[in-house]
Design a protein around this ligand. Structure first.
Ligand SMILES: [Zn+2]
Length: 600
């Protein structure tokens, strides 16, 4: 970008201090004392480049020596363009009196780049041309190290000053010379400021030709009108008395956070407003949505603080925005009644009873387990005895077989030698026969005993099974009672939170009967920054047959913040809320009824 030849400011060393001078001030001295007066003669050689001075301080961190920055000459050119300073021509080639590197008057690029780092809505491209993105309105994500960052913790009620935007910063540096700067507008045109600077009456003509041009409309503000029936606020410029057209106006949309009071600071000020002209029926107008980004004050006093403060979010308007959005989901606003939400509170007395039940059942279960252990021992003993009986039985059976075999042998032998051994043999046989009988009886006894033991084992096993199923029943009963108690405790917690919220200031309660759902919306200022509003919505389903009985589950909630720095706040609340509601599982199926929003 080329250098600025006409500088509005100079820096002058008076006594020990460097002081900024304006070309107008020097002009007044010259007019007062005369162009060749001693008064002017004393100071005419003491003007130095203000841009070089600032750069020196930025680079070296101290005040420069006079020889380190270039001299300026005051020029009175009021008849053709105005009064200003320019670089002094020391000799023909004016060598040795050049701007220092990085001086914002020599090359504005570096300065504009540094501005763009601090301000949203302005970026400098690789060619050094600053791009304005003010009219795109999308809230930047705070990536720039700017003064509007919302996380600052020192923002208190009293310090609600808002800072200026980039345009004012640039105007303050260059003053009238800013008209020489080139910008790229949202229409992708590279323009010099002087080419888009129009008085309000000139802007009326441009708008009347239905040209929706981006320009800076300038003039003095006559009046900030009250919000009209459509919800708009109009800010009217002072036009020349004989103009046949209605005054040019800035128009503030109903969704915008600004109230009349926030805009009064513009009255009787000489300003410029960056924006796009429109012609609306009989009015030429421009939309105003951001005081810091669009407005430039041309009449600021030296060190005057920013005339506008952070706008305050209107709770009533917020409530309307929330209610409108929820109404689309068939929610009905109701009066909050703290006492109403006390179903669990009333049933709280059952907790000790349930605890006792659980305790008793646990004891019963313990007893059953002991009994089971005992029965298992009894069964194991019977099984061991059964095994012993089998062994005994087998031994007896073997014995019987032996006796039978011996008897068989004896009888065949006896037949052959009957006569010889008759008496002795018959005795032996009789003894064997009686032995056989005894063994036979033993076997029968053992079989009987085995049968009884077997029955015992079967009975005991059945009994163990019975105990087991009884224990399972009791366990189920314990679990059920525990669940009832847990539900009661969880319900109590939910009710407690709910009652606390309902009692808070700026809490609004809604009910959706088709979804069995309660909604509480609480709006509050952030503790860390009063210009930030926190919106918290709680959702709780209730039983179909009793709307005052919550489902004992964790409260679902959505939370988001909105800062008064943002544009179109009430619209944003609507969008934000709607986006989040749509994704809630219990509202997903609901058919949203669209409603035309009327603002008051
Ligand atoms: Zn300079």
């Amino acid at each position: 970008m080329s250098s600025i030849t006409s500088m509005h400011y100079a820096i002058r060393k008076s006594e020990s201090r460097w002081e900024r001078e304006t070309a107008e001030h020097i002009l007044r001295i010259r007019e007062k004392y005369g162009y060749n007066s001693k008064e002017y003669g004393d100071i005419k050689g003491s003007f130095y480049c203000y841009g070089c001075y600032l750069k020196w301080k930025e680079v070296h961190g101290n005040e420069p020596d006079k020889s380190k920055i270039p001299l300026l000459t005051h020029v009175d050119n009021t008849k053709v363009g105005g009064t200003y300073f320019r670089l002094r021509h020391l000799n023909e080639k004016s060598e040795g009196n050049k701007h220092n590197a990085g001086c914002c008057f020599n090359d504005p690029t570096g300065y504009l780049k540094s501005i763009s780092n601090s301000f949203d809505y302005m970026d400098v491209d690789t060619k050094g041309v600053p791009h304005l993105t003010i009219l795109k309105k999308n809230q930047p994500k705070g990536t720039k190290n700017n003064r509007f960052s919302t996380g600052e913790k020192d923002s208190t009620e009293r310090k609600r000053y808002q800072s200026f935007g980039a345009l004012q910063e640039i105007y303050n540096r260059y003053n009238n010379a800013w008209t020489e700067l080139t910008f790229r507008t949202e229409d992708s045109k590279n323009v010099k400021i002087k080419d888009i600077l129009f008085s309000s009456s000139e802007a009326i003509k441009i708008a009347q030709n239905y040209q929706e041009d981006i320009l800076i409309v300038t003039g003095v503000i006559k009046k900030v009108e009250n919000r009209n029936n459509g919800g708009y606020i109009n800010i009217v410029f002072k036009e020349k008395e004989n103009t046949p057209f209605p005054s040019f106006r800035l128009s503030v949309s109903p969704d915008h956070i600004y109230s009349e009071g926030d805009l009064k600071c513009l009255e009787n000020r000489n300003i410029g407003c960056y924006g796009r002209t429109r012609y609306n029926k009989t009015f030429a107008q421009m939309e105003l949505f951001s005081l810091p980004n669009q407005i430039v004050f041309f009449d600021l006093e030296e060190n005057e603080p920013c005339p506008f403060t952070l706008p305050i979010i209107n709770l009533k308007r917020m409530e309307t925005a929330v209610t409108d959005t929820l109404t689309a989901y068939k929610a009905v606003a109701t009066i909050a009644n703290v006492e109403g939400f006390s179903y669990y509170l009333k049933n709280q007395k059952n907790i000790p009873l349930l605890e006792k039940q659980i305790e008793q059942n646990i004891m019963k279960r313990e007893d059953l387990l002991q009994e089971k252990k005992h029965r298992i021992k009894v069964r194991d003993r019977s099984v061991t005895e059964k095994e012993r009986l089998i062994v005994q039985l087998n031994n007896k059976k073997d014995e019987l077989v032996t006796i039978k075999n011996t008897l068989e042998k004896k009888s065949s032998f006896m037949e052959r030698f009957f006569n010889i051994f008759k008496i002795n043999e018959s005795k032996k046989i009789n003894s064997l026969l009686s032995q056989k009988e005894i063994v036979q009886e033993d076997i029968n006894d053992l079989k009987q005993e085995f049968y009884v033991k077997t029955n015992n084992v079967v009975d005991t096993e059945n009994f163990i099974k019975h105990i087991e199923s009884h224990a399972v029943d009791i366990q189920t009963r314990i679990s059920t009672t525990l669940q009832v108690m847990d539900d009661l405790k969880q319900g109590l917690k939910v009710e407690k939170v709910w009652r606390e919220v309902v009692e808070k200031e700026n809490c609004y309660i809604y009910h959706i009967s088709t979804a069995n759902l309660w909604i509480a919306v609480q709006i509050s200022k952030a503790v860390y920054n009063s210009s930030i509003m926190e919106i918290k919505c709680l959702f709780q389903l209730h039983y179909e047959d009793n709307e005052m009985r919550f489902y004992p589950q964790k409260i679902q909630s959505i939370e988001f913040n909105i800062s008064s720095n943002e544009l179109m706040i009430y619209q944003k609340i609507r969008n934000e809320l709607d986006n989040r509601l749509r994704h809630l599982p219990f509202l997903k199926k609901m058919k949203v009824t669209k409603k035309t929003i009327v603002n008051s």
